[in-house]
Ligand binder design. Sequence first.
Ligand code: AMP
Length: 687
Amino acid sequence: MSTFVGIDLGTTNSVVAFRNAYGRPEVVANREGQHVTPSVVYFGVDPPAVGQEAKEWARLGNEEIASFFKPHMGSPLYRLRFHNRDYNATDLSALVLKRLKEDAEAKLGDTVDRAVITVPAYFGDAQRKATIEAGEAAGLRVLRIINEPTAAALAYGLQKTGVNETVLIYDLGGGTFDVTVARIAPDEIAVLSTAGDHDLGGKNWDDRIASYLAEKFAADTGVDPLDDPLALNEVLVRSEQAKWALSERNATKITLQLGDERRGYELTRTEFESMTFPLMDRTRRLTEEALDEAKLSWKDLGGVLLVGGSTRMPMVRTYVTQMAGAPPRSGVNVDEVVALGAAIQAAMEEGAETRDATPSFRLAGEKRVHDVMSHSLGVVAVNGDGTAYLNDVVIRRNLPIPAANTKSYLHMTHGGANAKLEVYLTQGESSVPLDCSVLGKYVFSGIQPTNPEVTVDLKMSYDANGVVQVEANQRDTGQTLAMTVEPVPDDLSWLGRAPVSQVEPSGPEPSRVYLLMDNSASMTGFPLVEAQNAAREFLNRCDFTRMEVGLISFSTQIVLQAEATDNVRKVQAALFRLEPDGSTNLTDALELARERLSAHDRTRYVVILTDGYPDAPESAVEQAEAARKEGIEIVAIGMGDADRDYLRRIASTESGSIFAHAGELVQTFGHIARVITEGGRGLRTLS
Ligand code: AMP
């Protein structure tokens, strides 16, 4: 005999559930008797230790540890080396899954060889495929990949028989945030929409405390923990512990012992909540996006389900209560609900496969599930007049999966000289290809030169796991074209240029950037929160192997908040020090930036963010001119009351002056970082 399970393969912890003798999903305890198994591997012993034991080794300061690898699933860049062997995130996840399988087998007294594994709704194609591969490498047949919030809705829905309601699942874990709107009906669960951010989770809350502590410690002792990886690790561990403590208490004490220096600090819950408000606010925007996509408002919801370890923070409950106008649903175990849902789905998959043999297999309260994908699927195509590449969406996001669509494209055959067609598949919403993730390069060959220009029908689909399939047909011959998958080139910056230019890119140059942030009184409140989020996005997208970024704030006073550095944490920490006050002295800020950028060894940029008119507009223009003459590129981003014409006079180029409407700032900043990182002086491609 053999059996199946549902697995929540989490960033920090994993959970396994099975269908018990009463037909109900139930969590399987691991060999330590615990319901959750840390997703951690320790390579200092042979075979490697997994789970709680590995976490203990990590706590003792051992370094041969792999943890927090799930966000890197499917990434060719992520590799850890232990004992002369490279491990990618799939290999590491396979070790965790193998351990979960063994523990479940010991507990259930049966071979476990099939599983439904959950993934964040935000996972793209490569990450889903990597999850299936990890399952197979662990000796499991992966019956299905389902989205974590959908699994949560399933587990919740199973308790609710005979109801008809729409719920919002707010899933804040260790590394990802997912929000999903689902309708629960007596015989069906339909996911209406989903949104999320794979770089927003408990870890960001830890990082905020860590930046705060590091700054205090540096001020008190002259030793900056951010300069030393071991010290930083210690600060991060203490920060997470402080965060947990603040879920129980109103204040906590934190002792840092780094080298010979020992200091104690107190952090109150109120302080913690105010320093992490921008993070909470990011969850609000994504939540509203999911509601908008589902064309619903808060009043249409029957309730909110909280899922994921980070929803234990009291601020989450308070914030959700404020947003929703009612407290979230209770009675859902935030750690287990996803695995329970996966077990239900596994039972349904098995029921579907063996229904003829065992017609009584259905679960009481079982419902059909209609899931959606959170990314649109598209291809890179040349626009109508041949002047630019654009991302052409083929399957819109938030459509029920499986989903398929066919679109037609023209292909020049050049009399047979051009028998190959290169298709770049994208996931993302923007019409700008470089703002989307490029999933793969598919090369179709064997195009017949029946005409100078032939029509190719491209069929794309999402299967039930959210995995992508592509097929191309030449319309006039009816032939399916042979397909090979090639690696996506590292340098895709040509996608940002005009298609005619086939000039080889010169490669990114080392650069130094100063962010000039308006810190005047008018930035108080939401403008500052949005500016901080945008700057954070900017930093996330910068390539710190080639870039140095510094921060200058300007109001009545000019403050060099962070000297240009390749240490991203230093700039992040500086960002959260801003406290708006006074008026807008852009002139002196530009002068300071010029002075800091006086060395000529790198490409130099000044990126200004302002929400108004400076105190002495003409002298600021003069300063900007002087900087430009010295070869400094200036990008001027305006928000709020900023004046577009004025921004144009400050910036180096027309396209380097940008006015961001409310809600657009994060995207705009991400865009600029990308252009600086990938294109050297390529700011002109922004238009
Ligand atoms: P998950 O990926 O759902 O297991 O969530 C893990 C995240 O939840 C980590 O960032 C933990 O630090 C966080 N977490 C777990 N328990 C608590 C708690 N009591 N208070 C605050 N955060 C917590």
